[in-house]
Ligand binder design. Sequence first.
Ligand code: PRT
Ligand code: ZN
Length: 225
Amino acid sequence: MKNTNLKLAIQKNGRLTEDAVNFLRSAGLQFENYKQKLFSSCRNFPLEIVYVRDDDIPDYVESGAVDLGIVGQNILNESNKDVKNIMNLNFGICSLSIAIPENSDVKVVKQLINARIFTSYPNSTKKYFKKKNIPVNIIAVSGSVEITPALGIADAIVDLVATGRTLALNDLRIIEKIYDSQAILITGSKNNLSEEKQILMQKLINRFKKVLSGISSLPVEKLII
Ligand code: PRT
Ligand code: ZN
């Protein structure tokens, strides 16, 4: 039987999970505890919520494996997939920033010429320095980027910053912001959705818009009448 339910991917277990679940629930969607499952079906809307690694979400959305996804703008900027941002969701707020040791003599980014820059965001970093015409050595690592200056292997890092506590703990300071990021709702640019699914998606988007504008007062028992 053809499954006409919409599919929405969210992060399975990470910084965006709780906020994404709360957001969906505040839009009136009713679904079971997400922790034990890889997907949940909503009781009151033809929607399946799929729980995956955040890095995989743009791929699943681009290929049409899921119709919608909630992911950090940073992941999208880094992965360069053919998906579109439907709306900013106002959580997961952070920035991708360049940081240097507290005691560094560097005052402006231009002085980072030929510097060794460690990051988990090599594409965003490369793009930024290329645009600025500053040649640098970018070294990609998968995590714990903040430790690399103390190890003596990095002159600067490029990493996500939210409160700035992690940088401060590691005696690092921001010298420049590359971009701001927050959680966004995405869909595929080229997916051929059935008319039925398009209508459902529009209903869901309208509902999300109401939550974001703080005027959601619709009954939650039944979303489609
Ligand atoms: O397992 P999976 O691959 O799904 O998750 P992940 O480990 O790759 O990602 P996760 O859960 O750490 O982050 C998910 C998303 O949350 C990111 O892609 C961002 O969109 C968003 N986000 C918001 C953040 C932060 N704030 C953030 N502060 N992601 C990471 N950080 C890290 C940062 O890398 C640094 O290590 O927190 C540290 C800095 O935080 P502050 O508060 O000390 O500045
Ligand atoms: Zn990830």
